[in-house]
Write a protein that binds this ligand. Structure first.
Ligand code: 2AM
Length: 188
């Protein structure tokens, strides 16, 4: 925060941002159906179809003056030629501690782990702070504030080819999260 001569605090302008991948239309439809079934069992509030995503790295509040540097870090990762991969949702699970019902995978694809690793390294080198977990556990939140006495079975895996990742700005509008893509990068 900056302080002027008259001692008036000027709040630095920030954006809440994260890197993520989005399902393609067919996978989005199936995940949205799964969210609906989960909500019926677990109560809580399902994530709207257009908001369903897999987070790669969550940065939280970043100064808008640093967004160019953030995009530059992503450009560098794209330049290293991380390979495209298929992501397969194979499991439905529930975290009691934060009441999240989510879709997950039995084994994270190597391409996804490489992408997360490359992003984390580029972001650290560029001086960005984020929660660097010991091991990245891919999860797609489907229902928040859930209490799941049981979990529905997946009829079969939900698979989609991942060709790109996005930088997303998260805003609140009328009590809802609105995700606005502000950058897009390709896998090879
Ligand atoms: P969640 O679905 O498990 O809450 C937008 O909020 C995205 O960033 C969501 O995927 C959310 O994960 C994730 N996110 C929010 N806060 C986070 C944090 N502190 N650490 C990691 N991911 C976070």
């Amino acid at each position: 925060m900056q302080v002027t001569e008259t001692n008036t605090a000027i709040r630095e302008e920030t954006a809440r941002v994260f890197f993520a991948i989005w399902p393609d239309a067919a996978a989005q439809r199936r995940l949205a159906e799964l969210a609906e079934r989960l909500e019926a069992v677990c109560d809580g509030r399902k994530v709207r179809a257009e908001n369903i995503h897999l987070t790669l790295v969550f940065l939280g509040e970043v100064s808008i003056d640093r967004l160019d540097a953030l995009c530059q870090a992503a450009n560098e990762v794209q330049g290293t030629g991380v390979r495209a991969f298929n992501f397969a949702v194979e499991e439905v699970s529930y975290w009691k501690h934060n009441r999240i019902a989510y879709a997950g995978t039995a084994k994270a694809p190597q391409g996804l782990l490489d992408l997360v690793d490359a992003l984390q390294s580029a972001l650290s080198a560029a001086g960005f702070a984020f929660d660097r977990q010991a091991s990245y556990i891919p999860h797609i939140t489907l229902v928040r504030r859930a209490r799941c006495p049981a979990l529905p079975e997946l009829a079969g895996p939900v698979v989609w080819p991942v060709h790109e990742w996005v930088l997303v700005k998260s805003e609140q509008a009328n009590g809802r999260s609105v995700y606005l893509p502000i950058g897009r990068w390709s896998l090879v």
